[in-house]
Structure formats: structure tokens, C-alpha cells
Design a protein around this ligand. Structure first.
Ligand code: SF4
Length: 512
């Protein structure tokens, strides 16, 4: 068995113990779920979507696997719904919430329609503070630029804070292929890195994992006790294992939440302060910034800061809102402004407003499909409602099934702090994908047949009457078989003795 890290406090080394960590006789409860009893035989973590090159991702198949793991599904659903409720409480605490949303949306809309001007302004102001500014057309160029910067400095190790843009660029895999060690400093992201998995949520990357999953990952990778899944113990063990790597790193990398054109500064929001570690411990700081992260003025920042954390986690503000202006003394700062399909998206009439997204994750937390299927079931960098409208812009064929993973209930649009009409864009993608024959043949044939039937009232009524008779008399195996996906998890309702139409004809004679 692996030996637990030696620097841990002794009480944390004990297997799970309700009284292990106390302050004034009370167990610390700042880490949610820390005090729930362990199960004797933990449920294995369900795997995410199977990925085969550019073949369409089968989200339904991966979602079924997640649903078949009841403890994971329940925990995931409850944890995210809890975030949604906290978000609602925060929202009700701000009388001008809707005005803030409207303002944020308008600022983003204005910026996106003047993006070239603001990007140039940001570049000029950042350069004036001694920042090196680079432009990357796509993911490959981004990775090469960062590689060149690191090579110029002889850097062999890089610590980085969470950044969805770098996930989008496949950055970690690229760096591994060129022999540079990358270590994530965000706890959730580090868990995912150690488990060789992508983040399953844009704000809480390991939200789909139970404590026992994390204990298993850490036992295999950093040598913790596999029987101890106390969150304090696990967090502390991870800290002890990662801190020496952080302190010895040659370079640091951050993403960016907002880049301010008028000042040439950028802002990173975290709850762990890990962006500050990544930016300030090594002398070389590289920031990857998607071009849509620009906002015109510093005063606009306040609008977004008030919305971001409240929408994301239901907390008034992130613990750290760090502003970066230029290299510290003796250091060097590089900014890589990345397009990677954003300019093209800006030209898509129905989808360009998806660029307003501030990556808060509120649409994911509220989505009934996402909550019950887990982020990894989408097989894409971005999951949940925002993923459904962004992913097909990266690869229409591969992500052609995703826009169908939605109930179109509109809750995502209602919670979005920048008022993106998410559910309407999901619907628009469905229409487009059908027009472009990107949906499976079986679905196309079924929809065409349904369209024909629904457009002929007499044929429709005859079909309904025939189906009612069939449902009442056919043997069970004819109705409940592999072809009837609807009946796999529920009973088909008993057909009524009389349809509404025939009742209406009989009782009202068809008159109003
Ligand atoms: S689409 Fe809106 S709700 Fe969803 S992550 Fe982006 S900003 Fe947040």
C-alpha cells in the first residue's frame, strides 16, 4: 500500500472519523459533504462519452451510463441544483439584477460589434506596460506560441490555473508531447488531470466525482490511503504533493475572465488563489485570452464581477479577483490573444451572441439534462446548454447530436447573466443540422414520416385510432422492445376509450 504524505496533520491520517477535525468541539463544515458516512463498497465512477475521431458523439449512450450509477446521478443533480438555488437567493438580494443583466448583455453586444477596435486598444495599452502580446489564429498556433516562449526561457515545467481556452486548444496534451510538464493548480482541475479526464463543468471541473472517486484517484497517483475519503485529508494531501512542484516551476500560466481595453489589464477570478500562485511564483507569466474576453472600460468590470460569482456559485464574489497589469520586477509577461473559430462564430447570424458568454456555468447548473447526465457525457470541451450552441461551431458533424440533448425549457436563457437566448440557439442548431443532413438517418426518416402524418388530419386521426387499438391488444413484447426507446424506462400510458376528437364530435357536434 502507498504511504500517506508525511507532512499531514496526524488527525487527518486517521480513516474517516466524525470527530477527527474539530474546532471548539464542532466539526468543520466548510467543505460540503465532508461529514457524510462512507459507503462500504463505493459505486464506480461512470465513464464519459466514447470518442472516435470526428464520428458523432453519442451523448445519450454516455448519459444512460451516468443514470445507471444512481449515487453519482443523485449527488450530481443535487449538488448542481443547490448551486442554482444559491444563485437564486443571491439574485433576489439585488434589486437591480435584471438591469445588471441587461447592461452586461449590452456591453458585450457593443464590444463584440467593435471587437477589432477594442482588441487593438488592449494590445497597445498592454504593450505600453511592457507586456508581450501575441496573436493566435487557432489552437495549434496558440500551443506553438506558448511552446516557443517556454523554449526561449529554457522552461521545462509550467504551472497553470484553470482555463477553458487551454482545454479547447488541447494544450496539456501538446505540452506533454514536447516534453514540458504541466501541472494544474486548481484543485478540481488537478483531480481531473490526475485522473486523465477533461473537466466536466466549466466552473467546478470535478463536480461529477464522489469523494470516493477522488480518494481512488489520489491513492493511485499521490499515494494517499485509499480507505480515507475525508475531504480535508484529501485536500491537504494534494496540497502537500503539489506545493513543491509549484515552488519549483519554471513558468506560470493563467487564463483570463475579463481583459480591459482602456487599461490593457486583465482580470482572473478564482476561489483558491491559484491563479496568483501561477502568475507570481515563477518569473515568467503567460496568459491565454480568448478574443471575446475584452470589455471596453474598467467601470464595466463592476457589472460583470457582480454577476459572475453570483450566477456561478451563488456567492457574492469570488475569493480572489486578481488584476494583472504588467511583469513584476525582473519578470516577463506574455499575453496570447486567441481566435480559434471566434471570428467565424461572430459572423454566424443566429449564433454570434454565444460569444457574450462569461463562462459562469449557471446554464449548466439549471439544465435538467446536464444535471442528470454529467458533463463528460457530451464528449466535448463545453458541455451543458452553452456547449450545445458552441460545440457545433468547432465540429458540426462530431457534435451534431448535442443540440438534441435539451428539453428546450428555456431555464438556461432565464439564468444567463448576459441574456444569451440559449434555448432559441439550440433550436436553431437543430433546424440547421436537419437541413444539412447532419442528423442520423433513422431520426430523419422518423421525422419525415411524422411530418407527413401530422400534416394530414384524417390520416393522423386514423393512425391514432389504430394505435389505441394496437396498444390495448398487442402482446407486451411487441410494444416494449429495443425499438421503443420511450418504453425502456416507463410504461406507455393506457389508451383512453375515446379520443378527445371523437368526444368533441359526439358531445359538441364539432361546433364551438
Ligand atoms: S451561456 Fe450564460 S449562463 Fe451559460 S455559462 Fe455562458 S454566461 Fe453563464
Amino acid at each position: 500500500m502507498n504511504t500517506p504524505p508525511a507532512m499531514l496533520h496526524p488527525e487527518l491520517l486517521a480513516p474517516f472519523d466524525l470527530h477527527a477535525i474539530t474546532r471548539d468541539g464542532h466539526r468543520l463544515d466548510h467543505a460540503e459533504g465532508a461529514s457524510k458516512p462512507l459507503q462500504s463498497c463505493p459505486e464506480p465512477q461512470p465513464l464519459g462519452a466514447k470518442i472516435h475521431g470526428s464520428r458523432p458523439i453519442d451523448q445519450t449512450e454516455a448519459a444512460a451510463r451516468f443514470i445507471a450509477a444512481p449515487e453519482h446521478e443523485k449527488m450530481h443533480d443535487e449538488r448542481l441544483w443547490d448551486l442554482r438555488q444559491k444563485r437564486d437567493r443571491e439574485m433576489h438580494g439585488i434589486a437591480e439584477w435584471e438591469e445588471l443583466r441587461a447592461l452586461a448583455s449590452a456591453i458585450k453586444e457593443h464590444t463584440l460589434t467593435h471587437l477589432d477596435e477594442y482588441l487593438e486598444q488592449f494590445e497597445a495599452n498592454a504593450r505600453s506596460h511592457g507586456v508581450h502580446v501575441h496573436w493566435a489564429r487557432d489552437a495549434a498556433e496558440h500551443n506553438q506560441i506558448v511552446h516557443c516562449i517556454l523554449s526561449d526561457h529554457g522552461a521545462k515545467s509550467l504551472i497553470k490555473s484553470k482555463s477553458m481556452l487551454t482545454e479547447e486548444c488541447g494544450f496539456r496534451h501538446y505540452m506533454t508531447s514536447v516534453g514540458i510538464e504541466v501541472v494544474e493548480t486548481d484543485l478540481g482541475e488537478r483531480i481531473q488531470q490526475l485522473d486523465n479526464e477533461d473537466p466536466s463543468h466549466i466552473v467546478v471541473p470535478a463536480v461529477h466525482k464522489l469523494r470516493t472517486d477522488v480518494a481512488e484517484v489520489f491513492a493511485k497517483t499521490i499515494g494517499t490511503d485509499p480507505a480515507n475519503s475525508d475531504v480535508h485529508y484529501l485536500a491537504e494531501a494534494q496540497r502537500e504533493a503539489t506545493r513543491p512542484i509549484i515552488l519549483a516551476a519554471d513558468a506560470g500560466m493563467t487564463g483570463c475572465n475579463f481583459a480591459v481595453a482602456e487599461t490593457g489589464t486583465f482580470v482572473v477570478c478564482t476561489n483558491e488563489g491559484n491563479a496568483d500562485l501561477s502568475a507570481n511564483v515563477p518569473k515568467l507569466h503567460i496568459a491565454s485570452i480568448g478574443i471575446e474576453k475584452i470589455i471596453p472600460r474598467l467601470e464595466h468590470l463592476a457589472v460583470f464581477i457582480r454577476l459572475l460569482s453570483r450566477s456561478a456559485l451563488g456567492s457574492p464574489v469570488t475569493q480572489y479577483t486578481s488584476h494583472f497589469r504588467g511583469p513584476r520586477e525582473g519578470g516577463e509577461m506574455h499575453v496570447v490573444l486567441v481566435d480559434n473559430g471566434r471570428s467565424e462564430r461572430l459572423g454566424l447570424e443566429e449564433f454570434w451572441t454565444s460569444l457574450k458568454c462569461i463562462r459562469c456555468g449557471a446554464c449548466m447548473n439549471t439544465c435538467p439534462v446536464y444535471r442528470r447526465s454529467g458533463g463528460l457525457s457530451y464528449g466535448a470541451t463545453y458541455s451543458g446548454p452553452i456547449g450545445l450552441i458552441i460545440d457545433p461551431t468547432f465540429n458540426q458533424r462530431k457534435y451534431s447530436n448535442l443540440p438534441f440533448a435539451s428539453t428546450l425549457n428555456g431555464s438556461c436563457s432565464n439564468v444567463c447573466p448576459v441574456k444569451i437566448n440559449i434555448h432559441e440557439q439550440i433550436y436553431a442548431w437543430r433546424r440547421l443540422l436537419v437541413e444539412r443532413h447532419e442528423t442520423p438517418l433513422a431520426k430523419r426518416v422518423a421525422m419525415k414520416a411524422a411530418g407527413e402524418l401530422l400534416s394530414r388530419p384524417a390520416a393522423y386521426r386514423a393512425a391514432i385510432a389504430a394505435a389505441d387499438v394496437a396498444l390495448a391488444h398487442l402482446p407486451r413484447f411487441v410494444i416494449y422492445n429495443g425499438l421503443n426507446a420511450w418504453g425502456r424506462h416507463r410504461e406507455v400510458p393506457h389508451p383512453p376509450k375515446q379520443t378527445f376528437h371523437s368526444w368533441y364530435q359526439a358531445n359538441r357536434g364539432g361546433k364551438q
